[in-house]
Design a protein around this ligand. Structure first.
Ligand code: GLN
Length: 561
């Protein structure tokens, strides 16, 4: 008889007092320390909004949309989950109220509840519980993060569902972690516990007594403050974890370990596991703390005011720095400012590398084209991601191939040279949600190319999120003038391209490069989603290394003058 699998244990993470206190990082760091103890962990995020997924929200509303291998457009916290663990997230790890209501209402219309009244409890809560169990499938420990802040009306069904789950699964199998904020009041010179007390009170009112409080603060928490929180919140002192601000989020697993959180979790859930092996996290922390050369990367985008909208990208660049042993300074440039400036190129001059990230819509597009041109002509390392590849192709078509009004049909439907266009299958799409080219797809890399060298392989699998593609009708002309198509997709969807590639294959352009350039690389996919601090992505490692080489060469030049 096969041994009976241990049942999955659950940690439910809620947040109180204010939003943006690092609930996602806390959940991810708990997962990291428990994985370091040898457990198979997974995570899921429950989002209370009514959108089915965040794919149709703009980044100002929601920050970055994180894309999983299986093509789900999800909350950016799933990015943290992957970066902090070795788990792979998917559709089932991101649950929204929109999905829950869509499923329940779909069943109601089909007549599944015929004769009954459909209610939040039990129908909505049952659906939430079913999805939590599905997300946990196969893991020893599943960490469930509830979005929003305790006290929000829309979060109530989720809190009710996790309250029920604790009752049903028992104390040995489920516990509650509440992440709160302990503000430092300058005039009093004190950390104040009252907001935490109130937030825990609100939780207890709905039947949830937290087992652990993760207390975020900007100052160290003295023992008497810990004691006070323990007493008033009815949480034993061992369960009160101090989480002071640290220079890098990758230090949080070590902070939690230091506070004994992993042992506390093991004690509460009856988990017998080895000591946490955290050497990877120590190494990363040491790297990040140690002084080293610094490179500046100019990011030319549209939502540069809102750093959260490029979360995975910022992290991937930081990881690239870890790989090269240097610091990466991000210089965000509003693409429209480049257009307006008399000498846009001067704005980029200080950079060691230029990056044009993914994006949608025409605002700032000429500024991005200018950035690609400046990087190409001045031989500054360039990385173009998705839209960043597309603008590089437009730029090359206009200024090297002489196709003056070359454009993407996304920005100029009447362009005489639509070098980037929509495939017929996309043109028929009317629903905006979840209909782009999404998720992981394989890519063949040409032997000897920069792409193949970076990956150390002739194949790659990367995540997509776009509607437009390089127009194969122009590929021969681009290649004649020196652009190299180093990566192509030749899977089943490639037939949609209508025109085959010049070599006769049915394929879509995945990566481009300019061989006679220190580093000029564009990819139609988003490598940033797959970079992890413990495994920096080769494209970012290569790009940052090229930027560092330029910085060093310039330093030597200056030294010689
Ligand atoms: N707007 C472009 C497209 O849809 C690029 C998308 C992106 O950069 N993710 O193809």
């Amino acid at each position: 008889m096969a041994p009976r699998r241990r049942s999955t244990k659950f940690i439910f993470v809620t947040g109180g007092v204010v939003s943006s206190i690092g609930k996602g990082i806390s959940a991810a760091s708990i997962a990291a320390i428990m994985e370091a103890r040898g457990l198979k962990v997974t995570l899921a995020k429950l989002d209370p909004y009514l959108n089915v997924d965040p794919g149709t929200m703009n980044p100002f509303q929601h920050g970055e949309v994180f894309v999983t291998d299986d093509g789900a457009e999800t909350d950016l916290d799933l990015g943290h989950y992957e970066r902090f663990t070795s788990a792979t997230m998917g559709r089932r790890n991101s649950v929204t109220s929109g999905q829950i209501y869509e499923a329940v209402l779909g069943r109601e219309r089909r007549g599944d509840y015929l004769g009954g009244t459909v209610q939040v409890i039990p129908h909505i809560t049952d659906e939430i519980k079913a999805r939590i169990l599905a997300a946990a499938e196969g893991a020893d420990l599943c960490i469930i993060e509830v979005g929003g802040t305790v006290g929000d009306i829309e979060g109530l069904p989720f809190l009710e569902a996790i309250r029920q789950m604790r009752l049903e699964l028992g104390r040995d199998n489920a516990m509650f972690v509440h992440v709160t904020y302990v503000p430092y009041i300058r005039t009093a010179g004190e950390l104040k516990t009252k907001p935490t007390q109130h937030s825990v009170m609100a939780l207890r009112q709905i039947g949830i007594q937290p087992d652990v409080l993760v207390c975020r603060s900007e100052k160290p928490m003295p023992p008497e403050v810990k004691r006070k929180i323990s007493l008033f919140c009815n949480v034993p002192p061992e369960g009160v974890v101090s989480a002071m601000d640290v220079p890098s989020v990758y230090e949080i697993p070590l902070v939690f370990r230091e506070e004994g959180l992993d042992q506390r979790i093991c004690d509460l859930l009856g988990i017998w596991a080895r000591e946490a092996a955290l050497q990877d996290w120590r190494r990363i922390t040491d790297r990040l703390r140690s002084a080293g050369p610094e490179v500046t990367i100019a990011i030319v985008g549209k939502y540069v005011e809102l750093r959260e909208s490029y979360k995975s990208l910022n992290e991937a660049l930081l990881h690239g720095g870890i790989a090269s042993g240097c610091k990466v300074k991000l210089h965000f440039i509003e693409a429209e400012d480049l257009e307006r400036s008399d000498d846009g190129a001067a704005l980029l001059a200080a950079a060691d590398g230029v990056l044009v990230p993914g994006g949608f819509g025409s605002r700032g597009i000429e500024g991005k084209i200018l950035a690609a041109q400046c990087a190409r002509e001045r031989r500054i390392p360039y990385l173009g991601i998705c839209l960043g590849l597309q603008v590089a192709v437009i730029e090359f078509s206009r200024h090297v191939c002489g196709l003056a009004r070359a454009n993407s049909t996304e920005f100029d439907a009447a362009s005489p040279h639509p070098v980037v266009h929509m495939l017929p299958e996309q043109e028929g799409v009317t629903d905006k949600g979840g209909t782009m080219r999404l998720g992981a797809q394989p890519c063949s890399l040409e032997p000897g190319s920069l792409a193949a060298r970076l990956y150390g392989s002739e194949t790659a699998s990367e995540r997509h999120r776009h509607r437009f593609e390089v127009n194969n009708d122009y590929v021969a002309r681009l290649c004649d003038k020196g652009l190299r198509i180093s990566g192509v997709y030749t899977g089943p969807r490639a037939a949609a391209a209508v025109t085959p590639l010049p070599d006769g294959r049915a394929g879509l352009v995945e990566t481009i490069e300019i061989p006679d350039h220190p580093f000029f690389f564009g990819c139609q996919f988003h490598p940033e989603y797959k970079s992890r601090p413990r495994a920096p992505h080769p494209v970012f490692a290569g790009f940052v290394a090229a930027a560092l080489a330029r910085r060093k060469a310039q330093g030597e030049q200056r030294g010689a003058e």
